[in-house]
Design a protein around this ligand. Structure first.
Ligand code: 5GP
Ligand code: ZN
Length: 141
């Protein structure tokens, strides 16, 4: 896709530090290196975000991630964990609109990556959770 920075990386028009490539997927270092080894995994074909995937391609892209995660573990002996992050649409912090999965190796608590999940469990009861689940499951049946 024209004017897509990651399509340009796939096409070799913009350089990257490639870590893995096959016919469907490219993995390369994120320029920001939130932690050392921070890698992006992308489909080679332009897919805007998670909402736009064909099921098969989604499966094929995700199927590569455990292999890359295990390679990171081998390559970075100090790595103690891994966050996999996928931002979709601007509100959710997507800034490049070619789908990508961030693989962010974790070394210690203050290694540069932060993510907070606020617990609102006390605000819900079984009835309200049931209503939310029904809204969603009705769309999936
Ligand atoms: P998002 O904010 O969309 O989840 O993530 C986009 C990521 O792409 C950012 O972490 C940013 O550092 C990375 N990025 C943006 N432009 C380039 C580039 O030209 N090369 C590489 N390797 N990464 C990029
Ligand atoms: Zn693209």
């Amino acid at each position: 896709m024209e004017d897509c920075i990651f399509c340009k990386i796939v096409a070799g028009e913009i350089p990257c530090h490639k870590v893995y490539e096959d016919e469907l997927v490219l993995a390369f270092l994120d320029i920001s290196q939130v932690t050392p080894g921070h890698t992006l995994v992308i489909p080679k074909q332009h897919v805007t975000d998670i909402f736009a995937y064909e099921d098969d391609l989604a499966g094929q892209v995700f199927a590569r991630i455990p292999k890359i995660a295990r390679a990171m573990e081998q390559a970075f002996p100090d790595m103690k964990g891994l966050n996999i992050v996928n931002n979709n649409r601007p509100l959710a912090y997507q800034s490049v609109f070619h789908s990508h999965f961030h693989l962010i190796p974790r070394y210690h608590k203050e290694d540069g990556f932060g993510l907070t999940f606020t617990n609102h469990q006390a605000d819900y009861d079984a009835e309200s959770l049931g209503q939310i689940a029904s809204k969603l499951s009705n769309q999936l049946s």
